[in-house]
Structures are given as C-alpha cells and as structure tokens.
Write a protein that binds this ligand. Structure first.
Ligand code: COA
Length: 259
C-alpha cells in the first residue's frame, strides 16, 4: 500500500516503520507524503488506538531529511519544504489525540531526531544516537528541531547540540530527558508495545485531553491553566468518567469505551 512505509496494526497499536534501510530511512518527499497520509488514517480510523514509529533495519531510526533532494531548492523551496513538512507530518503527530511513541532503533539525526521529538515521548534502543547535524550542511533544523529540542533539553544543551552537530548516545539522551527509557535493541519494540498497552487500558478521552493539556504547557500557551479547567470539566460529561469512578467505588477494574 505504501512505497516507503510498512504498517501493521497489532492489538490497537499501529506500528509504522519507515522503510528505506539502504538510505538510513532518510525522509525524502515520498516518506513525508506517506507519513501525512498514514497520520490522517490514524486520526480517522477508530481501530487505531495508539502508534509506534520506528525505522527499518538495525542501523537507523531515521538519519534525517534526504540530503540528495536539497541541491535543487532555493530559499523559497527550502521554506516550503519545512512549512509543508511541519504542517502535514510533525504538527499532525504532536497534536494527535492518540498516543504516539518513537521507538528509536539507531541513528536519529536531523529530521529523524525531529520526527522522534514530535512524538508524545520517546524510548530508545541502547544503540540509538541522537543529533541535529544540519550545520555540517550549512543548514539549520527545519522540522521544528530548534523549538522542540530546546523544550525537551533546555536552552544551553540545545544550543550546544545544534551548534556543534555532536551526537548523544541513548544513555545521555535519557539523562537529558530526550528519551524516557533505554532498552536492549532486541527488546525495544516489545517493551514499547507493553507501554502502549498499559496506556490503552486507560480512558481514551482522558488520555487525549492529557495530550492537549501537556502540549499547551510545552508550547508555552497562555491558556494552559484555563484549558485544563475546561478539559477537566469536559471529562465529567463522558461515560468513561462514570465507569472509572464507579469501578473504583465497586472495587473492580474499569472497562472504558472511549465515550
Ligand atoms: N539523506 C540521504 N541519504 C542518506 C542520508 C540522508 N540524510 N543518511 C544516509 N544516507 C545514505 C548514504 O548516502 C548512503 O547511501 P549510498 O549507499 O547510496 O551511498 C547510505 O544511506 C548509507 O549511509 P552511510 O553514510 O554509508 O552509512 P554510515 O554507517 O557510514 O553512516 C550516518 C551513517 C547516519 C552517520 C551517515 O549516513 C550520515 O551522517 N548521514 C547524514 C546525517 C545528516 O546529516 N542528517 C541531517 C540531514 S538534514
């Protein structure tokens, strides 16, 4: 169905694998287009409850935007590439009401690091390496990297990482807050699925509201507190809130319907 992606739905989790292993899964036009399409499907298909993004092969998650497409671009073309990519893929991922986790299984560079950072959180194989090496090419990150890396690791570290183009390994990425967990490479996918199964057992509307509220905080919204109040209130109108509270009072496990 897709030229550059593999997709598999397993127990409500859609596993999206960027599949250009001979090019380190670099994000060319086709990958960006197909990621936009698959995320439209994630929004609209009620069978999809959560998403994992990973890369094919053992070396790379995604080693960046496809550098071979850059020489044909002028200033306007470069801006359009970044603007369209941010709107069609990266922002769509960040704002998705269903949890999206990057399972980073190797090099996560440039647009690859930005793809991982657009996800709601990241887990890494111990072989993962993160970096924003654009200055090596006379460029800067264009898929949100200057913004999201600063939010995740703080100004000083983001400045140094992006200005030096240095890579950080998985353990350092965990210390920095860039990834939540580091697993053995052969366990990475199974452990990521486990984390998402746990989240899928919670009330889906509440989880969606959590994503929106935390994005407000992370994006420096001036309305984060007020939005939290409204979204907290909205949860009281759900069947799942009644089920959650009743199940606690009745000392049984809740069965949520996403209603
Ligand atoms: N865009 C296009 N092609 C890429 C790519 C990218 N971002 N990253 C890797 N590739 C291609 C290489 O050109 C090579 O293709 P070839 O076999 O046709 O020559 C293939 O993937 C394998 O990469 P190679 O460099 O031989 O592997 P390596 O193990 O020696 O090094 C990396 C791996 C990731 C360190 C190295 O490929 C690299 O630095 N990539 C670019 C990272 C980058 O600058 N990303 C930001 C882009 S804005």
């Amino acid at each position: 169905m897709y030229k550059t992606l593999l997709t598999e739905l397993e127990k409500g989790t859609l596993i999206i694998t960027v599949n250009r292993p001979d090019k380190m899964n670099a994000l060319n036009k086709d990958v960006i287009k197909e990621l936009g399409i698959v995320f439209d499907e994630v929004y609209s298909n009620s069978e999809i409850k959560s998403v994992i993004i990973t890369g094919a092969g053992e070396k790379a998650f995604v080693a960046g935007a496809d550098i071979s497409e850059f020489l044909s671009l002028d200033a306007e073309g470069g801006a359009a590439l970044a603007r369209e990519g941010q709107a069609n893929v990266f922002d769509k991922i960040e704002n998705c009401p269903k949890p999206i986790v990057a399972a980073v299984n190797g090099f996560s560079l440039g647009g690859g690091c930005e793809l991982a950072m657009a996800c709601h959180f990241r887990v890494a194989g111990s072989n993962a390496k993160f970096g924003q090496p654009e200055v090596n090419l006379g460029l800067i990150p264009g898929y949100g990297g200057t913004q999201r890396l600063t939010r995740l690791v703080g100004k000083g570290k983001a400045m140094e990482m992006i200005m030096s183009a240095d890579m950080v390994g998985a353990d350092d990425a965990k210390t920095l807050g860039l990834v939540n967990h580091v697993f053995a490479p052969e366990e990475l996918l199974a452990k990521t699925k486990e984390i998402l199964q746990k989240i899928q057992s919670k009330a889906p509307i509440a989880v969606a509201q959590v994503i929106a509220c935390i994005n407000d905080a992370s994006n420096g919204s001036h309305h984060g507190f007020e939005n939290e109040i409204e979204r907290f209130g909205a949860c009281f109108a759900t069947e799942d809130m009644k089920e959650g509270v009743n199940s606690f009072l009745e000392k049984r496990k809740p069965v949520f319907k996403g209603k």
